[in-house]
Design a protein around this ligand. Sequence first.
Ligand code: TXA
Ligand code: MG
Length: 321
Amino acid sequence: MILKPNEENIIKAAGALIKGDIVAFPTETVYGLGGDATNPIAVSKIFEVKERPSFNPLIVHITNFEQFEKVAVVTDDRVKLLVNKFWPGPLTVVLPKRDVIPDIVTAGHETVAVRMPANEIARKLIDQSGKPIAAPSANAFGFLSPTKAEHVEKQLGGKIEIIIDGGNSSVGVESTIVEFRDEKSILLRPGGLAIDEIEKVVGPVEHKSQNTAKPKAPGMLLHHYAPKVKIHFINEADLSAVNKLRTAVLAFDNSRSYSEFHVNKILSETGELHEAAANLFKHLHTLENEDIDLILVEKVPETGLGIAIMDRLSKAANRYR
Ligand code: TXA
Ligand code: MG
């Protein structure tokens, strides 16, 4: 059930978390499906509801630095500088884990992914529960991430009792994930915080190769984030073979017209990448509900948040190759 984010409902949702149930809640990136990160039974419910493979570890959400040190070993000065600058916000750091975090959260890794979200509803919920909250994106595994309560309801509504409504997610793509080990920093997933912003603080960040069958981040799987309708890049499609009346176009900006297609959506009229990111999953959810056979999407410039947008679109298109 979708619930308004008032105090009564947040107390109710926190109560559910404390007893080991799971709850969907808004964050500034995408909606999360949360459970008490210290309770392996609660965490197992997350995997079950998402139908997520157990080799995929979860991000632990916290609201303060004391809680951060309780779940992860924070000795690296680069990490301290980075989180001081960008938390709360769309940044996840992967560090050695502490014992309170059970193996099911980290899929047996000795490291844990941690994020301090900025969304006020998420923060109230986590604070009220008094627990670190493990939460993947609140979608069925492999499908579009939710940026509205209705998106969660559409995919998981029959399986969860509480969905807290926080309106549209303001960032619209998942957090950027960086692992810190030895002297290195490694990008595991591009996301809502641009990589160049991170590099200004910690120096060069290594980009891991993505072609692995059992990756550390499902964001690193070759296909993921897919709408139910086939999706291709428009510049790679043979337009003469396309039935335009059964096709949608998702354009980056308003520089071209696609009025001959059944539907068209624009990520950002002015070609602004933050706005494009915020609209990405919202438009894809709308388009996958249309009576069409194909979504054609324009590429966006691969700078700043454009890197995360192209990562999501490429993985969606890969599913249908
Ligand atoms: O913005 C976000 O990060 C959202 C919101 C809800 O916070 N969460 C999210 O979670 O995107 P999820 O589960 O959809 O993606 C989490 C990513 C996965 O790619 C997972 O493999 C990676 O984090 N991850 C988690 N723990 C890890 C670890 N110990 N080492 C490497 N990757 C890890
Ligand atoms: Mg996800």
